[in-house]
Design a protein around this ligand. Structure first.
Ligand SMILES: Cc1cc2nc3c(=O)[nH]c(=O)nc-3n(C[C@H](O)[C@H](O)[C@H](O)COP(=O)(O)O)c2cc1C
Length: 216
């Protein structure tokens, strides 16, 4: 049996909406924030390579500059926490080596036992045809982490706004990412909805299950 009741899961999935107006006086407790960061960190990724970095921006001046680079969307400055999702633009052997070393450490195996695993990743991602579009691969992985945080937050009754409506290059400038190898792809504002955010009352618009599931 599931440790969480199905009805509760369904209720929380419906409770979540894209919060457009946050209550700036409500702050996520540290212990709750720590679970949300774990949700980012524990997210799945292809081979487990985690080609991401999550920049938590709490400095008000930086947040204001990011809001300016987000077409004025107020959640950037009003939400309790603001996370910029960045991806590794050019996956390289150093990143794969770092991951292989972490795997060896975490699982208590000799790195030499992972040589084959490493060569599969290098062959597929660095030397194969996928390398040409490797930045899109890294972006996709990062979006998985975004999906994960939205669901975890909903289970905790923490509001979120996933944000793609941002000037990514502008973010890279504000955050000094140019030349770092990391690039902005999206952002997530996290906090608590303002009582007068009218969007919380909007009915969900979803295609019927018969449209989006094809059982064979
Ligand atoms: C990747 C992604 C990017 C989004 N970017 C924005 C955004 O920049 N601004 C905004 O107000 N909503 C944004 N949204 C919210 C969507 O408009 C919203 O999720 C969608 O309309 C479904 O509504 P619901 O999330 O309230 O169920 C984004 C959602 C996703 C998943």
């Amino acid at each position: 049996m599931s440790p969480v009741d199905n009805e509760i899961i369904h209720k929380q999935l419906n409770w979540r909406y894209a919060c457009k107006k946050f209550d700036p006086t409500k702050v996520i407790r540290e212990q709750d924030w720590n679970i949300l960061t774990e949700s980012f960190r524990l997210s799945a990724s292809s081979y487990g390579l985690q080609p991401w970095k999550f920049i938590v921006v709490q400095n008000p001046e930086l947040r204001q500059k990011l809001q300016d680079a987000s077409y004025g969307q107020t959640p950037v400055t009003q939400a309790s926490h603001f996370v910029v999702l960045t991806y590794k633009e050019q996956l390289d052997e150093a990143h794969i080596d770092k991951f292989v070393a972490e795997t060896a450490k975490s699982r208590g195996v000799d790195p030499s036992a992972l040589e084959k695993f490493k060569s599969v990743m290098v062959g597929d991602l660095l030397k194969g045809p996928r390398f040409e579009t490797i930045k899109w691969w890294a972006q996709r992985q990062t979006y998985i982490a975004m999906g994960s945080i939205l669901t975890t937050a909903a289970m905790m009754e923490i509001d979120t706004l996933p944000m793609e409506g941002i000037d990514q290059a502008g973010y890279d400038k504000v955050l000094n990412l140019e030349g770092s190898g990391w690039k902005t792809i999206a952002a997530v504002a996290c906090g608590y909805r303002a009582a007068d955010d009218k969007y919380q009352h909007s009915k969900k618009v979803r295609f019927p299950a018969s449209d989006v599931f094809d059982y064979r």
